[in-house]
Ligand binder design. Structure first.
Ligand SMILES: [Zn+2]
Ligand SMILES: [Zn+2]
Length: 930
């Protein structure tokens, strides 16, 4: 570390009469104008001295302080740039959320490949640090959402061999100017410069390093000035605090961070940062929750706040221990302090989390179970839990909207919609999850073991169950569980890796041979409609017995990529024709897969399957159109989550928070087909990356973030995408677009299955065929199918119900012997049930059928309307049911008959019914013996 000591000997410090001192308490070196000062001034070496004693001349709101900072640097020749989204994964694929202003310029600007948007520049960049989530509200100074105000200068050494090597040249300014700016800014706000210390604190991060200075004033760290000028180098001569060796780079960058919230707080001197940053919301929440304090209590809270500046859950193992210490210092009971401070802490956290949610949802992140979607869901659920704990009765979407309004987001309706949907999903989750926690609690209570942390994290991850709910239920069920104070940082850390992109290029075991070959010239971009071409075979690589990868100097074959399958076709010499079944690109070299070797050095004529290619192009252009139409209809938050083009249909996944309705599908189809009808040109261009991002924003990267300094952009009407695929020349060439179905792939991701061109017609015809077949079965016209089907369905349901009823009645009848006694008689090869059932004909028939099914002859009589009989006979039993009915009916003054297995009949004389049934046994025996 001492290697960098020289770096801090700034002319500016010497000119201004600063003295370099060593803090006797922590050992840090720092620079100060106050020659009597001993300590470095940073907690824990000092306390907050600005509470009730603001460090600037005037009070500033968040907005005023932001403006003061940006205009100060504008006046000092910096260009003000617009902040980037908090979802950093929209322009880089190695991180999820923006955590510092330098993220905006990584990796291409910091490496010198691309110029910065301005040089020097200033920005107030919204950031989200999930790792601080457990500190929020408790320490008085941590916020999960914050704005990092910054000025940056990008410098390149002038003494390098090739000054054009980097996208910026020469030195803009370096350390002296950076410290001077900070000093002057503090001075312009009326800070007491004698109270400011500049602490030496070398910075190391992400393979880079350099000297850095922490700016401390009245106990609060206001800014960090980082001078990024070294990179990790095994041969480097500087060993830094991470144990690695570093050497100087050709580029060197001023990377500063001024916490907007801290500067605002310093100007107000409120007990916590939260009261300075969102005073209206804190007031609203306090009132809503009915929190009031006496003057004495307010005084105590203020004193506790001053001490809690030293609280940091990462350092202090246990919040409780720290709280005890503070209570002891203040001379009050820990419980008393907790009761006073805890509801406030929760309110601070709610205000902060709502601002975090406003940033995340405002920048178009949709809740889901992966990536940034997961993180926003976690914050939302934690916030909901806090709101319920404190007893706030305002709906969460209203609270988030308060912050969204202050941050000037235009999509506030969508934000509220998403919050409402998520709160409802959370409620359902809790209902289902509660039972699972109960089972788990019982299990561990029985074993007399505490519930392990892994289980709690798993419950949270898979079921969304918050740890305090686990704690609550566990206690009720006599199980123990211990939740660490940094629970949410642990969970967030699990999910903070960037989305891994699955690229299925055949990377494994790639030969040096391919690296030696020139990149294949891609003819398909110039003339996407051409199918034949000529080429030279540069190499043939035998992958395995009879499997060849053919490399050409140029090709019309599109290699699989960006969700578009490879072209197929043939490569022919005068002697052989090689069928090409696949094409893949590796480092710019396109490999044509075949089972035939056309011969290295041969001249070949290539032909791709034109119909297949045409269909793939139609589907690819249609994918862009549907993406655009979905955003038009569903909202700007809609982003592509994946796509796979095909020949007969394609699928396209989007991030969206609810199911897509039939009406929305139709509107999307209308918007999409209007673009087709407009028949506008599909344009491609290859602009500089920075330029493209400036003009179109990061929504360019819907299909993924391609590497490189230049991008290939595809314009379809108003839609612009970075895309490597092949497209039709005009939207009219797509023919038509038909959405075939939608489905939920996972929570937060909806899938469209659609077809374009001929495939759309074929798909429509298949649907029609199904409709015509149904119409024919129902014997109605296709238009009548829905009504008819509905009617049949209703009838079918009614019958089912009736059958159920009958079966029930039958069972009762059987059990109780019905309206009369059931007589069972033995006929030798079978039995017969003879019974009076005073029921209608339907029931009689059902009962008879049921009896026959069990192998009995059934003779049933009813006196409900005259006397009626039903006789049923099982197969193979030689009794004619019609004859039986005829004989019985004649006894009640009537007639009847029917087929030999089932017959019905009767007569008017109900009085004679019982007598006739009594005679039935003899009739049966006689007929059987006959
Ligand atoms: Zn110190
Ligand atoms: Zn595309």
């Amino acid at each position: 570390m001492s290697d960098l000591d020289e770096e801090y000997q700034l002319e500016y410090f010497h000119e201004e009469g600063f003295e370099r001192k060593e803090c006797p308490s922590c050992g840090a070196h720092f620079w100060t104008r106050d020659h009597d000062r001993e300590l470095c001034g940073e907690p824990p070496c000092a306390e907050y001295e600005f509470i009730d004693n603001p460090g600037f001349d005037d009070e500033y709101s968040l907005e005023e302080m932001r403006e003061a900072f940006l205009s100060f640097f504008e006046e000092h020749d910096h260009e003000r740039i617009d902040p980037y989204p908090v979802a950093a994964n929209r322009w880089r694929d190695d991180v999820l959320l923006t955590q510092a202003s330098i993220y905006d310029f990584q990796p291409l600007v910091t490496s010198g490949e691309t110029p910065p948007p301005a040089n020097p520049l200033c920005v107030s960049q919204p950031c989200i640090r999930m790792q601080d989530i457990d500190n929020v509200g408790k320490t008085g100074r941590h916020t999960m959402a914050f704005e990092m105000m910054a000025h940056h200068a990008f410098n390149a050494r002038e003494d390098i061999e090739d000054p054009d090597k980097y996208a910026y040249e020469g030195e803009v300014y370096w350390k002296n100017e950076t410290v001077r700016y900070c000093d002057e800014l503090l001075d312009s706000l009326g800070a007491d410069l004698d109270g400011v210390t500049y602490i030496e604190d070398p910075w190391v991060g992400g393979g880079n390093a350099g000297p850095a200075i922490e700016v401390i004033y009245r106990g609060l760290e206001l800014a960090t000035l980082v001078f990024m000028c070294m990179e990790q180098d095994p041969d480097g001569e500087y060993e830094l605090k991470d144990g690695n060796t570093y050497s100087y780079m050709d580029t060197y960058i001023v990377d500063t961070g001024y916490g907007l919230e801290r500067w605002t707080w310093m100007s107000q001197g409120t007990p916590t940062v939260y009261e300075a940053v969102y005073p209206e919301m804190i007031a609203f929440l306090k009132e809503n929750a009915g929190i009031e304090h006496t003057d004495a209590e307010a005084e105590l809270i203020g004193r506790a706040a001053r001490l809690s500046g030293q609280l940091d859950i990462d350092d202090v193992d246990d919040v409780e221990a720290a709280r005890e210490e503070i209570a002891a210092t203040l001379g009050v009971e820990t419980d008393e302090l907790r009761a006073l401070v805890e509801p406030l802490e929760n309110i601070y956290a709610i205000a902060d989390h709502c601002r975090t949610l406003a940033y995340m949802l405002g920048d178009g992140i949709v809740p889901s179970n992966v990536g940034t979607g997961y993180l926003v869901r976690m914050v939302l659920r934690r916030t909901k839990r806090l709101v319920d704990t404190v007893g706030i009765d305002a709906p969460l979407d209203e609270l988030v909207d308060m912050q969204a309004e202050r941050l000037d987001y235009r999509n506030r309706d969508t934000i509220r919609d998403i919050v409402r949907t998520e709160v409802e999903k959370y409620r359902e989750t809790l209902e289902r999850g509660g039972r699972q926690v109960e089972r788990l609690a019982d299990e561990y209570a029985a074993r007399e073991e505490p519930i392990p942390l892994d289980e709690v994290i798993e419950l949270y991850d898979s079921r969304g169950i918050q740890p305090d709910m686990v704690e609550e239920i566990a206690t009720e069920h006599g199980a123990e569980v211990e939740i660490p104070d940094n629970f949410y940082s642990l969970v967030a850390a699990r999910h903070s890796g960037a989305d891994a992109d699955d690229d299925d290029a055949i990377q494994s075991g790639l030969d040096d041979r391919i690296a030696e070959l020139p990149e294949t010239e891609k003819l398909y971009y110039e003339e996407p409609e051409r199918t034949d071409f000529e080429a030279i075979v540069l190499d043939v690589i035998e992958r395995e017995e009879g499997v060849y990868d053919i490399v050409l100097d140029q090709t019309m074959f599109y290699p699989e990529g960006g969700g578009q399958p490879a072209d197929t076709g043939t490569l022919s010499t005068d002697d052989v024709t090689a069928e090409i079944s696949d094409a893949q690109e590796v480092d710019g070299v396109i490999l044509h897969r075949s089972d035939t070797d056309p011969g290295k050095g041969e001249f070949v004529r290539g032909a791709i399957d034109g119909t297949r290619r045409r269909r793939l192009m139609q589907h690819h252009t249609a994918t862009h159109i549907i993406g655009y139409a979905a955003r038009e209809v569903l909202g700007d938050h809609v982003r592509q989550a994946g796509a796979q083009k095909g020949v007969d249909s394609s699928r396209f996944d989007i991030r969206h928070y609810e199911r897509i309705s039939r009406e929305q599908i139709k509107r999307i189809e209308r918007v999409a087909n209007q673009i087709v009808t407009d028949n506008v040109a599909v344009k491609q261009e290859w602009p500089d990356r920075r330029d493209a991002e400036d003009r179109h924003g990061f929504d360019l990267y819907q299909g993924g973030i391609p590497p490189g300094e230049t991008l290939r952009l595809i314009h379809v009407a108003e839609d612009v995408q970075a895309c490597a695929g092949t497209h039709v020349l005009r939207t009219g060439d797509v023919g038509t677009i038909k959405i075939l179905s939608t489905e939920r792939v996972q929570d937060g991701v909806e899938r469209f299955v659609f077809a374009a061109g001929d495939a759309a017609i074929e798909a429509t015809q298949r649907t029609e065929d199904a409709l015509y077949a149904a119409a024919e079965t129902l014997d109605v016209s296709p238009q009548e199918v829905p009504d008819t089907a509905a009617r049949f369905f209703e009838e079918w349901k009614a019958r089912g119900k009736q059958i159920e009823d009958l079966k029930e009645q039958l069972a009762e009848v059987r059990a109780q012997g019905g309206g009369g006694d059931a007589e069972e008689i033995d006929l030798g090869q079978t039995t017969a049930i003879i019974q009076r059932v005073d029921a209608d004909m339907d029931e009689l028939r059902a009962t008879a059928n049921a009896l026959v099914e069990e192998g009995s002859v059934a003779v049933l009589g009813s006196g409900l309307d005259g006397a009626t009989f039903v006789v049923a006979v099982p197969d193979q039993i030689d009794i004619n049911a019609g004859t039986v009915v005829g004989e019985l009916a004649s006894m009640v003054g009537g007639g009847g008959g029917g087929p030999p297995d089932f017959a019905q009949g009767g007569g008017p004389d109900a009085e004679a019914l019982d007598e006739a049934l009594e005679a039935a046994a003899d009739v049966l025996k006689r007929l059987l013996e006959a």
